[in-house]
Design a protein around this ligand. Structure first.
Ligand code: NAD
Length: 739
């Protein structure tokens, strides 16, 4: 038989080698067609008397990325369409769809012939579940092999047997850790956990897998054998009694109950391990059907998988321009940001000229890269030869003439228009025609900086976040005259350094900082009202934010917050800044020398490690404190999310961000906006514009004009629209509709 996505070759020993290699994709994924073909292959292997067993591997560099989430989205689409007509039938269809993969893997497992997975590269999700259903698993000894069940990161869970086979192969604690975190496993780790049987040299991978069959591998899973015992002991045992109560508490501490999929994993494992395997699979299928219907799953799949992937592939790149191949990039200013930019650029294999006012400063900037990569080597995240290569790519210099030949220059000098003007002029004198000049400014409008340029068409903002090596988002800022080529080059660059670009029109604070400032400002207001600081921080985390607003102020520096407020008052008038909030920040900075984490004193005290930071007790003396029972905790959570979401809506109304995917993904990557919501706009869509406007108006009455819903939202509420309908990113002409 011939297949579109697989080849099957039988060798002289009667072992079938099934090679998965989808012709139209760079990575293998499970589609309906792939599953149909696999089912035929299983039938073929079983039917052919001469075939003793089969090895399944991939013809690509990776094994497989798992299920095509587009397939899940399609299943959900059918479900929602059918639900209105016949809810029972709709749920049955979804249940059957949810179980398709799981029961197919079970069919393979109980086919009566031995199957071995030869894992040659990245093996994720459903693909790893397929491997777990095989009777033998061999992984290549290579950095390229990473195995994981990462579904929880997009709001679902491993629903094709993963929650049942992992805790039957390893102890329950490790299983829960792996399943609820989506943790990636190296071959060594997977073997130590008992999840794979062998590790082989890449060139001997298939041979080793075949040898398992030749050596008489039993075609029966351990849990199908009589007398099977769970590796970590049964649920109702001393070990189980020690594990389960804290496991539930830990999950609650980590997720605050915001992630239904994570809770479902615990239920699947707990309930599944009490019953025979086929019943366990059915339990998993039921929970999977339930989780698929949650708002969280739909929002997370959309933002954290579909939209993220689309943006990473350059969804906002102007069409028709050739890809930029970077041969040299200039970075001007080797300070805090410039040094980080040089590092991520060189890490992507691009030569960098790193310019500062004198060679010592430039070299100090390069030393930052040395520090980061040395640390990475120590932790096993990079190889010594990678360190050598990276450092050889960075050339420190104090001579702007060294920028000659650069395709792109990124300026990260002091936040001072005059200094930036000099840097732009000197750089342009050295650059060839067609090179793009980018500024990393965080506050100065790109349009005004572009006036320093002889070619404003090629002038753009590339706004990084700190720490540059860890923050995955980059804002690309368009000035009035920025041309398509500059935009394409900037997107190509951000893609080359493997970060996610969002395209933003020029405005004060761009997108991210506008939202972050609202988050912090709401917390200052709460403090001033007398809400205990610990409640503010806890409410933020319970709402799903990774870092509380006071801790975040400390990270970015309290004196920076002061500078921003003062600058805002100078630029927009005193009314633009709340005098009470100004007083709070002045008291911290000028009155108590509390600058933030950088001097060990901010809203928190930072004692020497390993002691943990603690809220500064002096905060209690600044305002009369409310009693905890007099504070509406749920309202605190709501205020923090709503204030950010409102700012995101204003940014859309003003046309600063034009694509809801960018607003959503940007809000999660830049400041961790409650990921279970799918991002700041999906949060509004999830609540519904009408209900959200009602909530905002209620808060406006109690807490002021910051909560006034913009006209856009009121209009959307009246029309019953969502952001993804109104600003449809997939509108046919590719143009975004105007607000
Ligand atoms: P920094 O003070 O750490 O670094 C600035 C560097 O520029 C210094 O090393 C300085 O010697 C050098 N420099 C000054 N004039 C120069 C010139 N004419 N030619 C060459 N080098 C010159 O500042 P930073 O925090 O890295 O900020 C740099 C830029 O990045 C600013 O525009 C800032 O607004 C922006 N930014 C900062 C952050 C942040 O978190 N710090 C975040 C995003 C953007």
């Amino acid at each position: 038989m011939t297949y579109k996505n697989f080849t099957v070759e039988n060798d002289a020993d009667g072992i079938a080698l099934v090679t998965w290699d989808m012709p139209d994709r760079s990575m293998n994924v499970f589609t309906e067609e792939v599953m149909d073909e696999l089912e035929e292959i299983i039938d073929e292997v079983v039917a052919e008397a001469g075939v003793k067993g089969a090895v399944i591997t991939s013809g690509k560099e990776s094994f497989s990325g798992g299920a095509d989430l587009g397939m899940l989205q399609k299943m959900l689409g059918i479900f929602h369409a059918e639900k209105a007509r016949n809810p029972h039938k709709a749920t049955q269809l979804l249940f059957d769809g949810a179980g398709r993969m799981g029961w197919l893997w079970r069919k393979l497992e109980t086919s009566g012939k031995p199957w071995v997975a030869a894992i040659n590269g990245t093996c994720m999700g459903g693909a790893f579940e397929l491997a777990l259903a095989c009777h033998g698993r061999v992984a290549a000894d290579s950095d390229k092999v990473k195995m994981a069940l990462p579904e929880v990161k997009v709001g679902i869970f491993p629903g094709a047997g993963g929650t049942q086979r992992v805790p039957r192969l390893t102890d329950q604690q490790q299983a829960l850790q792996m399943l609820t975190s989506g943790q990636q496993l190296s071959p060594q780790k997977a073997k130590a956990m008992g999840l794979i049987h062998e590790i082989a040299a890449p060139e001997k991978l298939v041979e080793t897998a075949k040898a398992m069959i030749r050596n008489g591998l039993k075609p029966v899973a351990p849990w199908d054998e009589k007398g099977f015992k769970l590796p970590g002991g049964p649920i109702y045992s001393a070990a189980g009694a020690n594990l389960w109560p804290p496991a539930i508490a830990i999950l609650r501490r980590e997720t605050y109950g915001n992630y239904p999929a994570a809770s479902a994993i615990l239920k699947c494992v707990y309930e599944g391990l009490l019953v025979p395997f086929d019943t366990a699979l059915r339990i998993e299928q039921r929970y999977f059907t339930e989780i698929m219907q949650t708002k969280e799953a739909a929002a997370m799949i959309r933002s954290l998988f579909v939209s993220l992937q689309e943006l990473n592939k350059g969804a906002r790149r102007p069409a028709g321009l050739p890809d930029t191949k970077f041969t040299k990039i200039g970075v001007i200013g080797a300070g805090f940001m410039g040094a980080g930019i040089a590092y991520v650029t060189a890490r992507a294999g691009i030569p960098v000229v790193l310019i500062d006012r004198d060679i010592e400063a430039a070299e100090k900037g390069k030393a930052h890269s040395d520090g980061l990569i040395t640390d990475a080597v120590k932790k096993g995240r990079a190889k010594p030869e990678e360190k050598e290569k990276l450092l050889s790519l960075i050339t420190p210099s104090a001579d702007y003439a060294d920028l000659a030949g650069a395709d792109l220059v990124i300026e990260a000098v002091f936040e001072d228009s005059a200094v930036k003007k000099t840097a732009t002029e000197k750089a342009e004198a050295a650059l060839g025609a067609g090179a793009v000049f980018a500024s990393n400014t965080s506050t100065i409008p790109i349009t005004s900086l572009a006036k320093n340029s002889a070619r404003p068409n090629d002038f753009i903002g590339i706004h990084f976040f700190s720490p540059v090596d860890r923050m995955m988002l980059v804002e690309i800022i368009l000035g009035k005259k920025t041309g398509d080529k500059a935009l394409a080059t900037a997107i190509d660059y951000v893609r080359a350094i493997k970060k996610t670009p969002v395209v933003v029109n020029d405005t004060r604070g761009f997108y991210v900082n506008r939202c972050v400032l609202r988050y912090m400002s709401e917390a200052y207001k709460m403090l001033i009202e007398g809400v205990p600081a610990a409640m503010i921080e806890n409410a933020a985390k319970a709402a799903g934010m990774p870092v509380g607003p006071l801790a975040l102020t400390d990270e970015t520096a309290v004196d920076l917050a002061q500078k921003i407020m003062k600058q805002t008052a100078r630029d927009l008038g005193d009314k633009a800044v709340d005098p009470e909030q100004m007083k709070l920040i002045d008291t911290l900075v000028d009155g108590h020398g509390r600058f933030g984490r950088k001097n060990g004193k901010g809203f928190y005290d930072y004692p020497p490690k390993p002691a943990k930071k603690k809220l500064w007790p002096g905060l209690k003396d600044l305002y009369p404190q409310k009693r905890a029972e007099d504070v509406d905790y749920e309202e605190l959570k709501r205020r923090l999310l709503v204030t950010i979401a409102l700012e995101a809506a204003r940014v859309m109304e003003e046309g600063i961000v034009t694509d809801p995917r960018e607003a959503d993904v940007g809000s999660i990557l830049a400041f961790g906006f409650a990921p279970y919501t799918g991002g700041a706009l999906s949060y509004i869509d999830g609540i519904g514009a009408a209900e959200f406007v009602k909530v905002a108006k209620g808060l406006q009455k109690k807490y002021g004009a910051e909560f006034k819903p913009p006209r856009l939202l009121i209009d959307m509420a009246a029309k019953g629209e969502t952001f993804y309908q109104r600003f449809d990113p997939y509108a046919k002409d590719g143009e975004k509709q105007a607000a």
